[in-house]
Design a protein around this ligand. Structure first.
Ligand code: HEC
Ligand code: HEC
Length: 258
């Protein structure tokens, strides 16, 4: 990773630990209530039951303030469901989350995923771009056109022309801090983050060098959301010259849909 990206990352992680201690305390208290909900004195709604989650992920899952706790609100339900399975089943690693989702059934995880997905909350304005104009230009080209010479598909061919994601399984790429984008792509590179097979993102990241990642995330993090921030409902038509690799996903639990 370019060294100018390393500084804010270190800062945000250190800062997060202090915040995390407080959040974890709240999370454990809320979680302790989960099995006893029938007898709980407060309303037994999914909003109440996910208080353990929003302690870290911000009110209604709108993201923590520092780029470390990702937004959940409005992301495609199938994507969120896949991530909950990923944490539970060891394809993504964050011990505190894994402990929370470990005892939960597939059905309940889908219910949680659908709840956060249906929330429609405004996004914060994008950060001012920190990278040089030629880097941003390169990032824009990678995201919108890919690099056919290196068989690197355009990010928009899967994440949607408006980059707001595609239901049910592909997340959007806008409204996410650069630190978060860098951390996720870095985690794919080191194998810390995996998706259901075929893990298309692992292949894509494997074809990107540090400069590509820096350019793409710098440009993405500086883009505002379009007027409609909802995910598209179909993948954009791919040009015949650019085959789009397949991506894996979990099957939704019987009787549910993402
Ligand atoms: C102690 C803090 C904490 C708690 C409590 C917590 N999370 Fe997380 N969650 C995180 C962090 C940090 C990440 C990002 C980890 C990474 O970088 O892979 C994350 C990632 C996620 C993701 C993936 C988001 C994405 O866009 O890829 C989902 C979905 C999620 N959490 C849902 C939940 C739900 C549902 C709960 C409650 C049952 C919960 N989390 C509780 C800290 C927490
Ligand atoms: C072949 C389709 C495809 C292409 C092309 C693609 N992606 Fe993805 N991307 C996905 C899928 C599917 C996921 C969800 C993976 C999962 O379930 O964890 C994803 C997830 C991500 C995430 C995680 C988002 C989050 O909220 O945690 C980032 C960041 C990302 N992609 C960036 C990119 C960038 C940058 C490019 C272009 C260089 C790109 N992707 C190209 C399919 C694609």
């Amino acid at each position: 990773m370019a060294h100018d990206a390393a500084m804010p990352m270190t800062f945000s992680v250190t800062f997060s630990w202090a915040r995390q201690l407080a959040a974890v305390t709240v999370a454990w208290c809320a979680l302790a209530l989960l099995p006893a909900l029938a007898a709980a004195p407060f309303e037994n709604t999914i909003a109440q039951r996910t208080m353990a989650c929003t302690a870290c992920h911000g009110a209604q899952g709108r993201a923590g303030p520092d780029g470390y706790y990702p937004r959940l609100a409005g992301k495609p339900a199938g994507y969120l469901y896949n991530q909950l399975l990923n944490f539970r089943d060891g394809r993504r690693h964050y011990a505190l989350m894994t402990q929370l989702v470990d005892p939960l059934s597939d059905d309940y995880l889908m219910e949680i995923a659908r709840y956060f997905s249906a929330l429609d909350l405004p996004y914060p304005p994008p950060a001012a771009p920190a990278a040089a104009p030629d880097v941003l230009q390169r990032g824009k080209a990678l995201v919108l056109q890919g690099d056919p010479g290196r068989r690197l598909p355009a990010c928009v061919s899967c994440h949607g022309q408006a980059m707001t994601g595609v239901t049910p399984h592909v997340p959007g790429l806008l409204g996410l801090p650069r630190d978060y984008l860098n951390a996720q792509l870095g985690a794919w590179r080191t194998g810390q983050r995996r998706a259901h097979a075929p893990d298309c993102m692992a292949n894509i990241v494997g074809q990107m060098n540090d400069a590509d990642i820096h350019a793409a995330t710098s440009w993405l993090a500086a883009q505002p959301l379009p007027a409609s921030s909802k995910p598209a409902t179909a993948l954009p038509a791919a040009p015949a010259s650019q085959a789009v690799p397949a991506c894996g996903s979990a099957t939704a639990p019987r009787g549910t849909r993402p």
